[in-house]
Design a protein around this ligand. Structure first.
Ligand code: ZN
Length: 264
């Protein structure tokens, strides 16, 4: 019988992640790094659901699941981890149930409520990356500020109608923009949940969420394997109508109240 190659993986984990490990851009070192990683997933909706599926499938060792909402029937068109029987159940609890069925080896913590300036430092402690897929600017800006303060990189993802947007930010670094540099302060007080009014093609949330998961793996492998170039400050726009993609770079705003010299 063929012996498994030497390495940090027990045979069942080696089999599970074989298609990653065989990629030179990931390899055994990359897979081991993913296993050591801690990602905080804020928002378990249209973006968070497919992102969770691919992050868990990628073998991320520790996931913190943050969402205070309950599953609604209208979510099922795009929030792919939930089923009919999850309706009226908490999203964070349902997401953890999905995760427990998928891979018992994943460490999961949950916060069944909103994230804000009061609890963000504790939730972000020790995290390697935050993936924010929430649908309102007040939360997004609070998460961004908390990431800058905790020196944790942020992947910000949003989707509406036929358009998605994913950007990686490292605003805690002197030369890198934060999410607030991108959108400004005007949205702090506005709770902008336009999904119900504007509609959204379900698969558009899937494309955006899985693109965010792809980018999360890239960030986590930065400095470990050749896949990692996080492209800090670059925002990718996903156009599902044409379809097409384009990208642009956000410059750090020295006057930014989140990461500029006045804030730090
Ligand atoms: Zn900034």
């Amino acid at each position: 019988m063929k012996q498994p190659p030497e390495g940090p993986f027990p045979p069942e984990r080696l089999a599970r992640f074989a298609r990653h490990i065989v990629l030179p851009e990931v390899g055994g070192a990359g897979q081991a790094a993913l296993e050591r990683s801690h990602v905080v997933l804020v928002g378990l909706g249209g973006i968070g659901s497919p992102a969770l599926q691919y992050l868990a499938a990628a073998g991320i060792g520790r996931l913190t699941l943050v969402d205070g909402d309950k599953v609604d029937a209208s979510n099922l068109q795009r929030q792919t981890i939930y089923t009919t029987r999850d309706i009226e159940h908490g999203k964070a609890v349902s997401a953890r149930r999905w995760l427990a069925n998928f891979d018992v080896a994943t460490e999961a913590e949950l916060h069944d409520g909103r994230i804000g300036p009061d609890n963000a430092p504790a939730l972000l402690e020790g995290a390697d990356l935050v993936l924010d897929g929430t649908d309102n600017f007040a939360t997004r800006l609070a998460v961004s500020d908390a990431c800058v303060a905790a020196q944790v990189p942020l992947l910000s993802a949003a989707v509406g109608r036929f358009q998605g947007q994913v950007g990686a930010f490292a605003g805690h670094r002197a030369d890198q923009a934060c999410y607030r540099c991108f959108v400004g302060d005007a949205f702090d007080a506005e709770d902008c949940d336009s999904c119900a009014e504007d509609g959204m093609l379900g698969a558009m949330a899937g494309w955006t969420g899985t693109f965010a998961a792809l980018h999360a793996v890239r960030v986590l492998l930065d400095g470990v394997s050749s896949f990692g170039d996080p492209q800090w400050g670059t925002v990718h726009l996903l156009d599902g109508m044409t379809p097409a993609m384009r990208s642009f770079l956000i410059a750090k705003d020295p006057a930014c109240s989140g990461c500029g010299s006045a804030a730090l």
